[in-house]
Design a protein around this ligand. Structure first.
Ligand SMILES: NC(=O)c1ccc[n+]([C@@H]2O[C@H](COP(=O)([O-])OP(=O)(O)OC[C@H]3O[C@@H](n4cnc5c(N)ncnc54)[C@H](O)[C@@H]3O)[C@@H](O)[C@H]2O)c1
Length: 447
């Protein structure tokens, strides 16, 4: 009944500006005012984010919402230890949205719980920082953009590499043309967890400290299962999109950024669950090929063999006619290429002039993944009202590449994508997979 209850409280249908000011208590955070935050989803990532937020003197955390009482309690203690105040705790984040002492919410729930709280928060006049991937499906991301724009709120996404000097410099290099024509981009995640993976788990009684129905949210109702719960939810399509969305989004985000593209023209995908024997329903092996004008992007993922590619177990490799750029969170490296005479040419035609490449080798060492600068950008946008570096629309497009990869894997054929309308061309079956069925009471509000 979440959507219904929310609309009866008066936010849906109310004038956006009025609703926003009434709910937040102040229309924008003043330059010297402290930002008052609430966290929704205080699990692993939520606490990583807190480690970056809490040392800042310009913010306070006044509330914690988590459907697991232990997570809410432990996180509230952590905030108290750092800031001295005792934040309000609740299982139901909707209770926080009415509060006038909260300017913005930080959402670090599982993927299937990103869209609804983000949309309800902006409707209640709060700005939002929401974790990647943007939503569970393409339609959710679009609904989040519509809500952010309609209610004129900041909606930043946790694709923190956008704020990293390392990634910024690397993208600048690709865009500058120094690598020549960049026609081939490879992104990858390789590791060996075969065959046990997360092991199998039988359904079990719901722990008394958990509201599992609210954890399930829009996803189909089912008995409690530890393998589908904290952290491991990412391997199930009811809640997330497997490794493709979990990690692939960080990597494809950089490819899209460097290409300055809204999305690919076409996608093909192949793979399966071939090396793990556990409960997952998302692939452990995947090869996704995206067509961009003049450039191919391939995302490769295997969980049955950990041999590093180019010396890295994950990364982004840009290949151009002058050289290559290898990039991950530790830094990036530019390697000039060497032009050769094709086999037999010298024998048939004699010596030929060979193009000399002037590109110089160089490398850059990163200090972090961009996390602290990303949070700083979010806080600054709350005051300046500018769009964040990882604005919802930018991250939505990157997330879409992951949804597309997963949909092409499911239907098993090449799909042609229209990035403007965000639909597949002439493929009704694939278009159905752009959205999901919502369990009653957890539907997205109509914006
Ligand atoms: N940006 C990054 O580098 C990065 C890194 C890790 C995870 N993430 C993202 O963060 C999100 C969370 O991942 P995680 O690894 O922290 O998972 P997790 O299971 O450790 O934490 C999720 C938390 O959300 C809570 N929760 C679930 N439904 C809720 C609801 N309706 N209301 C309030 N709380 C609810 C859970 O009880 C849990 O405490 C995922 O979307 C993931 O992709 C991002």
């Amino acid at each position: 009944m979440s959507t219904e209850r929310f609309s009866r409280r008066g936010f849906v249908g109310a004038s956006a500006g009025v609703a926003a000011v009434l709910a937040s208590g102040r229309s924008a955070v003043g330059a010297n005012e402290k930002v008052r935050l609430a966290i929704i989803g205080a699990g692993s990532r939520g606490n990583q984010l807190l480690d970056t937020f809490l040392p800042r003197t310009d913010i306070d955390f006044v509330a914690v919402a988590d459907v697991d009482d232990r997570h809410a309690g432990e996180t509230a203690e952590k905030i108290k230890g750092s800031k001295g105040n005792s934040p309000v705790t609740t299982r139901d984040y909707r209770e926080l949205l009415d509060r006038k002492d909260i300017d913005a919410v930080v959402i670090a729930t599982p993927d299937h719980w990103h869209a609804l709280p983000a949309i309800q928060a902006v409707m209640a006049g709060k700005d939002v920082y929401v974790e990647k991937p943007v939503g569970h499906n393409v339609a959710e991301g679009r609904a989040m953009i519509n809500a952010a724009r309609k209610f004129d709120k900041v909606m930043a996404v946790g694709t923190q590499q956008r704020s990293s000097e390392n990634f910024q410099k690397a993208v600048e290099t690709v865009r500058s043309g120094k690598l020549g024509k960049v026609f081939w981009i490879q992104t990858w995640n390789f590791e060996n967890i075969s065959p046990v993976g997360m092991v199998r788990a039988a359904d079990s009684p719901t722990p008394p400290y958990v509201d599992y129905d609210r954890w399930l949210g829009a996803a189909p109702k089912r008995p409690f299962n530890l393998n589908r719960f904290h952290l491991l939810f990412r391997w199930f399509s009811d809640y997330a999109g497997g490794m493709m969305s979990d990690w692939g989004v960080h990597l494809n985000d950089v490819a899209l950024w460097a290409l300055d593209a809204k999305g690919p023209q076409a996608v093909t995908s192949t793979g399966g669950i071939v090396t793990t024997d556990d409960d997952r329903d998302t692939p452990d092996t995947l090869q996704v090929v995206y067509d961009f004008p003049g450039c191919t992007l391939t995302y490769s993922m295997r969980k049955g063999n950990g041999l590093k590619f180019n010396g890295h177990d994950y990364g982004i490799l840009f290949c151009g006619t002058e050289g290559s750029l290898m990039l991950d969170r530790s830094g990036h490296e530019i390697t000039p290429d060497k032009v050769i005479l094709p086999y037999g040419i010298k024998l048939v035609k004699g010596d030929q002039p060979i193009r000399k490449i002037d590109l110089q080798p160089s490398s850059f060492k990163a200090k972090d993944d961009g996390g602290p600068a990303h949070i700083a950008d979010f806080i600054s946008c709350l005051k300046t009202r500018k769009r964040p570096v990882a604005d919802i629309e930018i991250a939505h497009r990157s997330t879409n590449t992951c949804h597309l990869g997963n949909i092409a894997y499911k239907v098993g054929r090449k799909l042609n994508w229209d990035a403007e309308t965000e639909t597949f061309k002439n493929d009704a079956e694939a278009n159905v997979l752009l959205a999901r069925e919502y369990r009653l009471g957890y539907e997205l509000p109509k914006i």
